[in-house]
Design a protein around this ligand. Structure first.
Ligand code: MG
Ligand code: MG
Length: 282
């Protein structure tokens, strides 16, 4: 596990620029969320995200990334697809869930964030699926709330896992926490040291200090954590067909606390609710 390696520490001025990238990423996701409804295709959602990012002065982070080059602005992963789905002409139907992952670059700095959205609204999905979404999103915030100056990166990992395992599974089974995909450092590149696993013991990895920026991103299935890759070499889906959720934020540490760069309000409201110091800079 690559918990070692050089960690990029940002100055307050650099974090202010990174906030622009984070905010634009968050705005693109909100535009996509508003457009998710029965009858829309994931390719149409991709165009909305790209328009939002480019008209805001940013560049999509994912387009052309890695090998084979990722062809789109968003990853769109439907139902049993977990992450890295390639947008296509699939028409979303009421009761589907779609995970949208998006990244933007502004002045060389990256933002990275993801949401899982019910197609047709909360009432369109069953109680079990609603629980999957709630547990996954809450585990992201539990991980963010575990970030404390002087702590360690895997404090986040342990908090995410503890939150998920502490939530009753609707059918008495166990939640599947993906182990082979993790959160990550972020800044002048999309993926940097350190890895941020969604499970494991606290108190390990690099120190949580001012200027650290992490993308925290629990990926949870309703069943097994085992996954498979489609022939497109990108899309990751559950092996057992169980549905999956993915929530992600890019979070930076300042002298005051955590600043959720990809949340529209910087995370201020949610952190207050959780009793955690808000680290947003003016
Ligand atoms: Mg992402
Ligand atoms: Mg990420």
């Amino acid at each position: 596990m690559a918990l070692r390696g050089r960690v990029e520490i940002k100055s307050p001025d650099q974090l202010r620029v990174m906030r622009k990238a984070g905010l634009l990423t968050g705005q693109a996701l909100e535009a996509v969320r508003a457009a998710v409804k029965p009858g829309v295709t994931t390719l149409e959602l991709d165009a909305i995200a790209e328009d939002t990012i480019r008209s805001g002065g940013g560049i999509p982070s994912f387009k052309g990334y890695s090998h084979p080059p990722f062809p789109a602005t968003i990853c769109a992963s439907v139902n049993d697809e977990i992450v890295h789905g390639i947008p296509n002409d699939r028409v979303l139907v009421e009761g589907d869930i779609v995970s949208i992952d998006c990244g933007a670059i502004v002045e060389g700095w990256h933002g990275d964030s993801a949401i899982t959205v019910p197609v047709g609204g909360d009432a369109a999905i069953g109680d079990d699926v609603r629980e999957l979404l709630r547990v996954t999103e809450e585990s992201l915030w539990a991980g963010i709330a575990a970030l404390r100056l002087g702590g360690r990166v895997t404090d986040v990992s342990a908090a995410v896992e503890a939150h998920i395992q502490g939530q009753a599974h609707p059918t008495g089974g166990t939640w599947g926490i993906l182990q082979d995909f993790t959160g990550h450092g972020i800044g002048t590149e999309l993926h940097m040291a350190p890895d941020v696993p969604n499970y494991g013991r606290p108190g390990r990895g690099p120190k949580v200090e001012r200027g650290l920026a992490l993308a925290i991103e629990p990926m949870v299935t309703f069943g097994s954590h085992r996954w498979k890759t489609y022939d497109d070499e990108w899309t990751i889906a559950s092996q057992d067909g169980s549905w999956a959720a993915h929530f992600e934020h890019t979070v930076a540490m300042t002298a005051a606390g955590a600043w959720v760069l990809t949340a529209i309000d910087g995370g201020e409201a949610k952190l207050a609710e959780l009793g955690v110091p808000f680290g947003g800079l003016a």
